[in-house]
Design a protein. Structure first.
Ligand code: DAK
Length: 256
């Protein structure tokens, strides 16, 4: 199903696949594209049949960042009055796991979009970077915070202050991407299919619990995990999962 030209949305079973589609601008994240993307993701997040989401670009570019031509025209007053960060917060609030499938450039907001996702599968020619400093600004969609948590302060500082790009292999060595694959798109969808087969409530609880590690101190995070674990123990799916193990068969999870 095509939701709009700038974001192509399709389903592969329980996996929703959103493909960024502004090739003439290297998938620069225009307001229109961001609004469509959020709309598609929120629809899937509200749909029990969608268990995992893949956000992909094309072979040569995932996304070249926010639309510099539009940003050039944006005044300080407009930036203050209509913060685009609302759209990014809505993406980050998605409870369904999201996987970024990245080939080519993931720069600026493109890199931040990949970082909002829960996992990243990259092609051998993926390149990541936060080049905002070369434009006289800094990352504004969480890049300084998420990147620092993922790769550490020194490395993040270098990338944010120089705008240097890192290759897929360097990103892999930094723990920034989960895997680098020749068949990057297929590998991302396959990974999403594995998540989609797991018990849906437990998957969402697992996502929340891991996210809490970034957002809370250890003792509070462990207490929160304990609560989420107890919720998982209240599900029918965990009875099914455990019974299936004992009976040596595949579980049939129903999201209850
Ligand atoms: N914006 C607008 N147009 C872009 C663009 C971009 N980010 N990137 C490329 N294009 C356009 C080019 O202007 C060119 O258009 P025409 O000249 O044909 O009209 C066309 O795409 C092809 O670009 P190139 O000729 O440059 O293509 P190449 O393949 O040679 O190079 C490239 C690809 C991706 C390496 C290069 O285009 C590039 O360096 N692009 C800019 C990358 C960049 O600096 N990105 C950071 C942008 S700042 C916030 C949220 C997010 C952000 C900020 C705040 N809040 C929530 C508050 C994010 C900020 C950013 O991302």
């Amino acid at each position: 199903m095509t939701v709009s030209e700038v974001v192509l949305a399709e389903r592969d079973g329980a996996v929703g696949i959103a493909r960024l589609n502004r090739p003439e601008a290297r998938n620069a994240l225009s307001a229109d594209l961001m609004e469509r993307l959020v709309e598609v993701i929120e629809d899937w997040d509200a749909d029990d049949d969608v268990r995992c989401i893949v956000i992909a670009g094309g072979d040569d570019y995932f996304a070249a960042g926010a639309d510099i031509k539009a940003m050039r025209e944006r005044s300080f007053q407009e930036t203050m009055a209509n913060p685009t960060s609302v759209l990014w917060s809505r993406l980050a609030a998605c409870r369904t796991p999201m996987i970024a499938a990245v080939s080519g450039f993931a720069l600026g907001g493109g890199c931040e979009l990949a970082l909002i996702c829960d996992m990243i599968v990259a092609s051998e020619k993926a390149e990541f970077g936060q080049p905002e400093i070369t434009l006289g600004i800094i990352p504004g969609a969480g890049g300084t915070q998420r990147l620092t948590r993922v790769i550490g302060k020194q490395r993040a500082m270098e990338l944010v202050l120089t705008g240097r790009r890192v290759s897929a292999q360097e990103a892999l060595a930094m723990g920034f991407v989960n895997r680098v694959e020749k068949q990057w798109f297929e590998a991302a969808v396959e990974l999403a299919q594995v998540v989609a087969r797991r018990a849906p409530i437990a998957v969402r609880l697992g996502k929340q619990a891991v996210q809490a590690a970034d957002e809370t101190a250890l003792a509070a995070g462990i207490a929160y995990e304990r609560r989420l674990y107890e919720l998982a123990m209240a599900t029918e799916d965990r009875l099914e999962g455990m019974a299936a193990f004992i009976e040596k068969r595949r579980p049939e999870f129903r999201g209850r």
